[in-house]
Write a new protein. Structure first.
Ligand code: PGA
Length: 290
């Protein structure tokens, strides 16, 4: 059975006082919510602040990025061993880093390996742009990002991937439940083809992009979706809590058939087997212009 995970990506928001207040409110509101792993990812400078408030709670801490090396001349970067002293999770390959900070698939791959090597749990993001979706290239892009990002990675059970269509991030235009389910199904099949069927079953795949309290149930009703990565709206404690505690369909997760054998690791091969092709569809949606 896959444990759903909801993560809040604070991006470059908050100050020390608001970060502290948000953590206090979340601790109050969702610490006791069972059946879902809860993660908050504040900016680097507020990780210690957040940790001091969240220590002893069930809310896990994550960072928003990591360098692939420790103890090197890399001005401004934060290495995996340093982060492992503070956090459990780390977001890697977010589309904002891919688009604005040069995080190629190869860089993502280095970061994923380094994070796992340091004992961190990556949340590896993949997703197509609107142009790519409209050109019917969603499948090609997702497969490329997965093959590049997971190349020769020793994949632990429960590894986390976030499917975040770039056109849905921060736009207020979320994917439909069907679109998310279809893309996440494709990702799961590709992971199975690359890393073995057990890894395909156990990998947790989140949907991210304009998730709000009004649409979370639609995503959670999809058999492939293992909960959400929430961006800007995770800055509001009530709103983030509503996502974490909303009652989801009782049969969820319908597709959770992971075998009960103990933890295994499967190296993702470079000699790829093609995953079954998914039915392609166009979004037909446009980026909000206001
Ligand atoms: P959003 O961002 O929820 O604000 O669309 C999602 C993300 O960037 O992870």
């Amino acid at each position: 059975m896959r444990t759903p995970l909801i993560a809040g990506n604070w991006k470059a928001h908050t100050r020390a006082d608001t970060a502290r207040a948000l953590c206090r409110a979340l601790r109050e509101l969702i610490d006791g919510v069972d059946g879902v792993e809860k993660v908050v990812c504040p900016p680097f400078v507020y990780l210690t602040t957040a940790k001091s408030v969240l220590d002893g709670s069930a809310i896990r801490l994550g960072a928003q990025d990591v360098h692939w090396q420790d103890d090197v001349a890399a001005t401004g970067e934060v290495g995996p061993a340093m982060l492992a002293e503070l956090v459990e999770y780390v977001i890697i390959g977010h589309s904002e880093r891919r688009a604005n900070f040069g995080d190629t698939d190869e860089v993502v791959n280095r970061k994923v390996k380094a994070a796992l090597g340091a004992g961190l749990r990556p949340i590896m993001c993949v997703g197509e742009t609107l142009r790519e979706r409209e050109a019917d290239r969603t499948e090609e892009v997702l497969v490329r990002q997965l093959r590049g990002g997971l190349k020769e990675v020793d994949l632990p059970d429960g590894f986390v991937i976030a499917y975040e269509p770039v056109w849905a991030i921060g736009t207020g235009i979320a994917a439909t439940g069907n679109q998310a389910n279809e893309a996440i199904g494709l990702i799961r099949r590709e992971v199975a083809a690359m890393c073995g069927p057990e890894k395909g079953e156990s990998v947790r795949i989140l949907y991210g992009g304009s998730v709000d309290p009004g649409n979370i149930a639609e995503f959670m009703a999809q058999p492939e979706v293992d909960c959400a990565l929430v961006g800007g709206a995770s800055l509001n404690a009530d709103s983030f809590s509503a996502r974490a505690r909303r009652p989801w369909p009782s049969n969820w997760p319908a597709a959770s058939t992971a075998r009960s054998s103990g933890p295994t690791r499967g190296r993702c091969t470079a000699a790829w087997t093609s995953a079954p092709r998914s039915r392609r569809r166009r979004s037909g949606r446009r980026r909000r212009t206001t």
